[in-house]
Each structure stands twice: as C-alpha cells, then as structure tokens.
Design a protein around this ligand. Structure first.
Ligand code: DQA
Length: 147
C-alpha cells in the first residue's frame, strides 16, 4: 500500500487568505500545504500537493493518483457542485478518497449543498476551516494503516 497521498485543490483556492476571508479564513494555501506536510510527516506519509483552476489538471492528477497514490484528499472547490468528470475520474480510483471543504457548504447557498464528489468520497469534512485538511490527513493515515 502506497503511503503517498495526493492533496488536490480546485479553482480559486490559490487565493486562499485573500478571497472572502470571512468565509475561508486568513490562512494561505501555502500555510495549508505546510500544515498538511507537518501532519503527514508525523504519520510517515508522503504528500504531493497541487492546486489548479482547470478541471483537466485535476482530472490528470486523479488519473496519476490511480497508480501513484495510496489515497486522495480533495477540495474540488466549485467543481464539487458541477463536475461529473471529476466524479468519474475518482470512480476510476480504488484508493480512499476524502473530500474537504473549508466552509460548511450546508450552511451556505442551496447550490453548494450538493457535491458530485461526495458520491465517491469515503468521508467528507466541511466547516472546520483550513484545519479540515489536517483532519483529513489524520483520517487518511488511519485508513492506510488498516488497509
Ligand atoms: C469550498 C466550498 C465551495 O462551495 C466553493 O466553491 C469553494 C471552496 C470550501 O472549501 O469551502 O471554492 O470547496
């Protein structure tokens, strides 16, 4: 079982810390990456951390993860609510998939309540702020240990 975890971030998450901080907080994506790496180190996991505003990049990394990763942590951002293509790519992966949302999408607009990715995700974390990524890594470590 590979101990490499792909951590994938969708559109506009490059603006974390600048974009609607009242919703997404003050931490930048670089801060998130550092925290993820720190947590992953504690569990002996290797992280490959990516962000893209383009759906095809995310699909490419998911397809790569099929053979290169033991697990996927993904914040698909707005693509959560729109992308059957990302769902299909995740469905082609056998590894554990954990979905992260910084904000509590269920407390927000109706159109954010549905996530295509949740049909595949083994677990969903929403509303824990940027800390949700660290929690996802802790959970992933447990899943990879058991597997
Ligand atoms: C988000 C929630 C999505 O609805 C939104 O489009 C995002 C970020 C979150 O992390 O809370 O870009 O995935």
């Amino acid at each position: 079982m590979s101990k490499t975890v792909y951590v994938l971030n969708g559109p506009n998450l490059n603006l974390l810390g600048l974009r609607q901080p009242e919703i997404y907080g003050a931490e930048t994506l670089e801060d998130v990456e550092s925290a993820v790496r720190r947590t992953a180190d504690q569990f002996g996991l290797t992280v490959r951390f990516f962000q893209s505003n383009a759906e095809h990049d995310l699909i490419g990394w998911i397809q790569e993860a099929r053979t290169a990763a033991g697990g996927i942590v993904i914040n698909p951002a707005a693509y959560s609510h729109t992308s059957v293509a990302i769902l299909d790519a995740l469905n082609a992966c056998d590894c554990p998939v954990l979905e992260v949302h910084i904000s509590n999408i269920h407390k927000r607009e109706e159109f954010r309540h549905h996530s295509f990715v949740s049909r595949r995700a083994d677990g969903v974390i929403a509303g824990f702020g940027a800390q949700g990524y660290e929690l996802a890594i802790i959970r992933m470590a447990r899943l990879l240990e058991d597997g």
